[in-house]
Design a protein around this ligand. Structure first.
Ligand SMILES: Cc1cc2nc3c(=O)[nH]c(=O)nc-3n(C[C@H](O)[C@H](O)[C@H](O)COP(=O)(O)OP(=O)(O)OC[C@H]3O[C@@H](n4cnc5c(N)ncnc54)[C@H](O)[C@@H]3O)c2cc1C
Length: 463
């Protein structure tokens, strides 16, 4: 069976133009946004339009023994959607239909290629929103599900797995499994929806997603508080989620990163020089409410709490500037990349460990004579660091030390970007062997021939 046979079979089974092989393959399909992993050579890139076509692809792949790599929008940061040699790259960007927008049940059923931006647009005027907002809105819901994406609002709204009620998926034997539904609770057997969320395309191909929708708040305000250092930010945090306060965003940005992202976005925060001089870290707080009066009240309480608990100064941004700063923070990755970052890591530690962990990170950086900057979802303990280290040996040792330190403090290697290929070696080295063994058996049960995204994500496998 040759690659040509595989391509011919797929062309016969799928819609016109759905299969690109050899020189027809677009280079854009061969990367995600991770900074290291290099692409292999896929046999072809296919763009199914329906679950029925996905079943055909899986049958052809099984028959030819060709691995399948799933791809959403390719915005992932861990190299999980990059094709491997001899694979079929299945791009879901033609499965973009919102199948059911059910306002009464506050639920949407969508195909996996729908992007966050498309879903948000479709929800305009309904009073509802999908609240999980990872920083890249061109990411697809299928990708978000498969990485268990988070983002700045996770501190209040949770991550993807908290908002997915059900999935339709094509399994490695070509059968279709539907889990969950328009229901918010179930005590009926193993929770297979949750098992597949975050599995990075290694267990099944997701063909439909049922998400829970939330109220869209009409009023919001953004505060920026300047602190001497991250320890001071950490000390203030517990005082911001008391007495009914529930900030939508609690984001720390170190002074260097703040300067870089505001410069890149052309935002002038007008922070007095005397404040800027003594500021080492900023805390950005977003408050939202459906009532302007309650928002005003929360704003006053939050500003007082910040001032009483270590802020050098607190600024309320204008309705125009607030969203722009959040957008600039979402683009921090591009700024770091443009400045030569070699790695972006998203270690998560318990919230109270963020400050001591980052102090340790400073010592590790010094020992390695290297440079890193940071920002992150401090409200949920997810530290994002940009690393600038060109020497491969020093880089490897530095990453290992950062992961080890995070794990020692009760954390995990990745809070939301996933393991992919970029962190797989480190994951296999650091993860509990009991866990790895069980993950291997789960993989075996779902995908005995190692068809789906082999050599990626969590779990030890022999393939
Ligand atoms: C500027 C920027 C900011 C970002 N900010 C955040 C952030 O704040 N929080 C966050 O969590 N992430 C963030 N990300 C990372 C990225 O947007 C997320 O990981 C997102 O979930 C990836 O979605 P995608 O559609 O691009 O998936 P891809 O990168 O295409 O794929 C990701 C994984 O999903 C699998 N997959 C995709 N579709 C399917 C499917 N239908 N069935 C089975 N498997 C599938 C792929 O095989 C791969 O394992 C950011 C990225 C950028 C570039």
């Amino acid at each position: 069976m040759t690659d040509d046979d595989l391509v011919a079979r797929l062309r016969a089974a799928l819609s016109d133009g759905a299969v690109a092989a050899a020189e027809q393959i677009n280079a854009d399909d061969l990367h995600d946004e991770s900074l290291h992993p290099a692409s292999g050579s896929p046999v072809c890139v296919v763009r199914p339009r329906s679950t029925a076509e996905v079943i055909e692809i899986v049958a052809a792949a099984r028959h030819h023994g060709a691995p399948i790599v799933a791809r959403g929008s390719g915005t992932g940061l861990s190299g999980a959607a990059i094709p491997i040699d001899g694979s079929i790259l299945v791009s879901f960007d033609q499965m973009t239909t919102i199948l059911d927008l059910d306002v009464a049940n506050q639920v949407a059923v969508i195909q996996p290629g729908v992007t966050l931006a498309q879903l948000d647009e479709a929800l305009a005027g309904t009073g509802l929103r999908y609240p999980v907002q990872p920083g890249e809105h061109s990411g697809s819901l299928g990708g978000n599900v498969s990485t268990n994406a988070g983002g700045m609002r996770a501190v209040r709204d949770g991550v993807t797995r908290n908002h997915v009620l059900g999935l339709q998926m094509v399994l490695a034997d070509g059968s279709v499994l539907s889990t969950g539904g328009k229901i918010v609770k179930s005590s009926s057997g193993y929770d297979l929806t949750q098992l597949v969320i975050g599995s990075e395309g290694t267990l099944a191909l997701v063909t439909e997603v049922t998400v829970k929708l939330s109220i869209r708040y009409e009023h919001s305000a953004t505060l920026v508080a300047a602190f001497a250092d991250l320890d001071a930010v950490a000390d203030a945090l517990p005082h911001l989620s008391v007495g009914g306060l529930a900030p939508a965003v609690l984001e720390y940005i170190d002074a260097l990163t703040m300067a870089a992202i505001t410069r890149a976005a052309d935002i002038e925060l007008s922070i007095p020089a005397s404040v800027a001089e003594s500021t080492g870290a900023f805390l950005v707080v977003v408050l939202e409410d459906s009532s302007a009066d309650r928002l005003e009240h929360d704003l006053e309480v939050t500003a007082s709490a910040l001032d009483a608990h270590g802020a050098i100064d607190t600024f309320v941004l204008s309705a125009h500037q607030g969203p722009r700063l959040i957008e600039a923070r979402e683009r921090a990755f591009w700024v770091a990349k443009a400045n030569g970052a070699t790695d972006i890591v998203d270690i998560v530690v318990p919230r109270a460990e963020v400050a001591p962990y980052l102090a340790e990170v400073g010592r590790i950086a010094e020992e390695h004579a290297t440079f890193l900057t940071g920002c992150g979802h401090v409200g949920d303990g997810n530290v994002h660091m940009s690393i600038f280290e060109g020497d491969p040996d020093r880089r490897r040792s530095l990453l290992d030390a950062l992961f080890s330190a995070g794990l020692r403090r009760g954390g995990q290697i990745s809070g939301e970007h996933g393991i992919g290929s970029a962190k797989r070696e480190a994951y296999l080295r650091h993860a509990d062997p009991v866990r790895l063994e069980l993950e291997a058996r789960i993989k075996e049960a779902f995908d005995p021939d190692g068809l789906f995204n082999p050599t990626r994500g969590g779990g030890r496998r022999t393939s």
